[in-house]
Ligand binder design. Structure first.
Ligand code: ADP
Ligand code: MG
Length: 352
């Protein structure tokens, strides 16, 4: 399926944007902290042309769904809310957008924590930038994408996903200070590649658990008299807090320190140790792991040629990321899934 088949003409522009996986810096973004994502090979492609009538027409190849939209009408639901959100945000910023045909197709797994939503927003905004010659830089694209997701898709997300999709590539990691948006593009650890495996456990408690952790972090910051936990660098300072705030704050403080450590151009072995420590902290202090994620991480951490592994994303289910010797990813993923699924789980490979 492509643009021509749906709209009976050729598109005027095509643009793409990748999904992402976060290597270090989990649950730090809403604490004004540091994150370290990389782009994954899978990406979303949009093809855009001018609509022959006064409506927008959006088509998703993955959903096999077309949405026809009055540009002056109400915001739609579902995937069209992300695409329309990007258009509306640009209009709010003063850009004139004519009625459009937009065809979407993607190899990013949808709803698996690899940020198909940011890939959709960034690809759409890149396509609109090139079609309409809009003066937008890559950071503005990320910020407009985030605003589209918050205001039109109704997801209160940070800036991590959109910045990663807009600025990272698969050979580099993006260090991002989520408070200042200061950033560095860093080489990937030498001789290493990533594997991402879905645990097969749905993130059913993710929203309530996430909101509770956010509230606990805010309470901890208030009791420590700082604007956000990012302002604390010494984990000793968390010791004065009552539980569970003490352990929540300790995770955020040590996790931020791990991200900063990773900027020092360390070996893949040392990077892997930071990932292992991150998982232990997410499991024991932040309490967002589940037994299946622990089992999957345990298999990965005890497999030869694996430098380190951790849950990635908010937790309560979802995926694990491992840093492994370059060229060994496929074999490691295969053997890991065999062992993990043999134990009764429903894991599947997302990236290798
Ligand atoms: P994630 O970003 O982790 O994949 P989200 O729940 O944030 O998960 O975003 C998934 C949503 O993004 C989908 O439900 C859909 O609305 C939209 N989306 C992403 N990619 C596509 C696509 N290729 N076609 C249609 N909708 C998509
Ligand atoms: Mg998303």
């Amino acid at each position: 399926m492509d643009y021509r088949k749906i709209f009976n003409t050729a598109p005027d522009v095509e643009a793409r944007a990748p999904g992402r996986v976060n290597l270090l810096g989990e649950h730090t973004d809403y604490n004004d902290g540091f994150v370290l994502p990389t782009a994954i090979p899978q990406h979303t492609t949009v093809a855009i042309g001018f609509s022959p009538d006064d409506h927008h027409h959006f088509y998703s190849a993955e959903l096999e769904e077309q949405v026809d939209l009055d540009p002056a009408g109400a915001n739609p639901e579902g995937f069209a809310s992300y695409v329309n959100g990007c258009i509306r945000i640009l209009e709010t910023a003063g850009h004139k957008i004519p009625p459009l045909n937009i065809f979407v197709t993607s190899s990013v797994p949808i709803g698996s924590g690899l940020s198909s939503s940011a890939a959709l927003e960034v690809a759409t905004l890149r396509g609109l930038r090139s079609l309409l010659q809009l003066p937008l830089d890559d950071v503005e694209i990320a910020q407009f994408g985030q605003q589209a997701e918050i205001q039109y898709a109704g997801v209160s997300c940070g800036i991590l996903d959109q910045m990663a999709s807009s600025l990272a590539d698969t050979d580099h990691m993006l260090f991002l200070d989520t408070r200042t948006l200061d950033r560095q593009i860093l080489s990937f650890p030498t001789g290493a590649e990533i594997v991402v495996i879905d645990s097969g456990v749905a993130r059913s408690l993710a929203t309530s658990g996430y909101n509770q952790r956010r509230a606990e972090c805010e309470a901890a910051a208030e009791q420590l008299s700082v604007k956000a936990l990012r302002d604390i660098t010494d984990p000793q300072q968390a010791e004065q807090l009552p539980e569970p705030l003490r352990q929540r704050a300790r995770h955020v403080i040590t996790e931020n320190n791990r991200v900063l450590k990773a900027l020092e151009g360390i070996t893949p072995e040392a990077f892997g140790e930071l990932m292992n420590a991150s998982h232990a902290s997410l499991r024991d202090d932040y309490e967002v792991s589940v037994p299946a994620l622990d089992a999957l991480v345990d298999i990965l951490q005890t497999t030869p040629d694996v430098f380190g592994a951790r849950l990635t994303g908010a937790g309560f289910g979802g995926a694990c990321v491992a840093l492994v010797t370059k060229g060994k990813g496929d074999a490691i993923a295969h053997s890991t899934l065999e062992r993990y699924n043999h134990a009764g789980h429903n894991g599947r490979l997302l990236v290798s």
